[in-house]
Design a protein around this ligand. Structure first.
Ligand SMILES: Cc1cc2nc3c(=O)[nH]c(=O)nc-3n(C[C@H](O)[C@H](O)[C@H](O)COP(=O)(O)OP(=O)(O)OC[C@H]3O[C@@H](n4cnc5c(N)ncnc54)[C@H](O)[C@@H]3O)c2cc1C
Length: 420
């Protein structure tokens, strides 16, 4: 039997989970695995939220050469330019193209602040570790001015087409706690504005209520349904005619696909059109797009893992000639950090087909919808932050084996006791 050539583009959550799970399901004489990525490490993005507050960046980078080699996965560090789907080729900045029998496109998303006038120039963003460190410098200034009795205005902004606003809420809550601990919170006005009709709309009414309660409790001035039109060095203007002044603006810009793949079906932002359960690209059964690169409207690491698992299982079933395996079921899980406590949410999602609200809480699976706030959930966040890098360092998938079953049992038990 000749090994099937599976090429995975991207070494983020979706790419590595697909590669490591496939390797756990199939030997190297059954599948020849190659990961192509423009970076030599894995970046644990969710924990970059700690960087503005002095967190250590070093531990967020996991070098990949050893784990990939251990699992007999070839690693090509190069920039993907595009693919030729008719000939089964990936084009990179290297001279020779890479041949595939199955292709997994997991090149994720990137920010596109340019679509809001002035946003790129005047807002601090939270996408890369460098931006997080730069934000940290600004927050030190805010705290220093406040300590000298000079009031400060910090404005948070979620513009349309942002696909995962949760981390911006985390930074707002963490900032509130951080300033309180420095005893300067009374000198800083914090305002949060979002284009969505509800806070973190995709995750339903319970998360909205948590945010509303926390904003009131923390004296954060929150506004929903306000859409930005323009940003200057001192003001944000909104479609309803209002205008807000700031000393520091922190925004999470609109999302677009990292790479546009000519010839593959995609939406206007470049996200690849996929079959919902298998994440196969429509009309291309040999190509898959798990994670942020695909068209699932909520961009989240936990959902990227679930999609990658469905992809690895589907490819393994195709190679082994066995029947279809379980597909992607979008049940999101996240822990929202606040420094003094955290909120856990487990949200079963369903696609609505409505552009303004493309996902909603699945009314047929309400038993799985759980939200709770507690100091103990901070421990959950820390445990995930240790568990995932440990798995990837060993070349093992996140969602597999006894360690994951133990984690899952803990999360489900926690969800029963500490969330309703
Ligand atoms: C600050 C922040 C906090 C977050 N917190 C959470 C959280 O708490 N929980 C959660 O579930 N999600 C969180 N997310 C979202 C989560 O990080 C993303 O949904 C997740 O990274 C998506 O995984 P992915 O593998 O699809 O894409 P990525 O992780 O972005 O990986 C894409 C990969 O493709 C590579 N690549 C891109 N372009 C090219 C190219 N042209 N050539 C070669 N390689 C390329 C990249 O180098 C990378 O290796 C957070 C995001 C941010 C920014």
């Amino acid at each position: 039997m000749t090994a099937t050539r599976v090429v995975v583009l991207g070494s983020g959550f979706a790419g590595l989970e697909t590669a490591f799970l496939l390797r756990s399901l199939l030997d190297h004489d059954q599948v020849e695995l190659t990961v192509v990525s423009d970076r030599s490490d894995f970046l644990f993005k969710p924990n970059t939220i700690y960087l503005p507050f002095g967190g250590d960046e070093h531990r967020l980078h996991i070098p990949l050469s050893a784990p990939l080699a251990r699992r007999h996965i070839t690693h090509r560090v190069t920039h993907v330019d595009g693919i030729d789907a008719d000939r089964g080729l990936v084009h990179t900045t290297r001279v020779l193209p890479i041949h595939y029998d199955r292709l997994v496109i997991a090149t994720g998303a990137t920010m596109h602040p340019e679509e809001v006038p002035g946003l790129a120039e005047h807002a601090h963003q939270i996408w890369t570790p460098r931006q997080m460190r730069a934000l940290g410098d600004e927050l030190q200034w805010v705290a220093a001015h406040a300590a000298h009795g000079r009031p400060q205005r910090v404005l948070f902004l979620v513009p349309p087409n942002n696909k995962c606003a949760g981390p911006l809420y985390e930074i707002a809550f963490m900032l509130d706690t951080w300033l309180r601990r420095k005893d300067v919170r009374h000198q800083v006005d914090i305002t949060f504005t979002t284009y969505e009709d509800r806070y973190i709309q995709a995750f339903g009414p319970r998360l909205h209520q948590v945010v509303e309660h926390e904003f009131a409790h923390r004296d954060i001035d929150g506004h929903t349904g306000v859409e930005v039109t323009k940003v200057t060095d001192t003001h944000v203007a909104y479609t309803d005619g209002t205008d807000r002044e700031f000393d520091l603006l922190i925004a999470f810009p609109p999302y677009v696909a990292s790479v546009r793949y000519d010839g593959l079906p995609a939406d206007d932002r470049g996200f690849l059109t996929c079959h919902p359960a298998t994440r196969q690209v429509v009309a291309h059964p040999e190509i898959f797009a798990p994670g942020d690169a695909g068209d699932f409207p909520v961009k989240q690491a936990f959902l990227a893992f679930l999609q990658a698992d469905a992809v690895a299982n589907t490819i393994a079933a195709q190679i082994l000639g066995t029947g279809p395996r379980a597909g992607f079921e979008p049940v999101s899980m996240c822990v929202m950090e606040m420094f003094d406590k955290a909120t856990f949410a487990q949200v079963p999602l369903t696609l609505t087909g409505r552009p303004g609200a493309p996902v909603a809480v699945d009314q047929f699976n309400l038993g799985a919808y759980r939200v709770g706030t507690s100091k103990i959930w901070r421990l959950g966040k820390k445990t995930l932050g240790l568990y995932l890098p440990m798995r990837f360092r060993r070349g093992l998938p996140f969602h597999a084996g006894a360690p994951w079953r133990a984690m899952e049992t803990g999360l489900h038990a926690g969800a029963r006791w500490l969330a309703t």
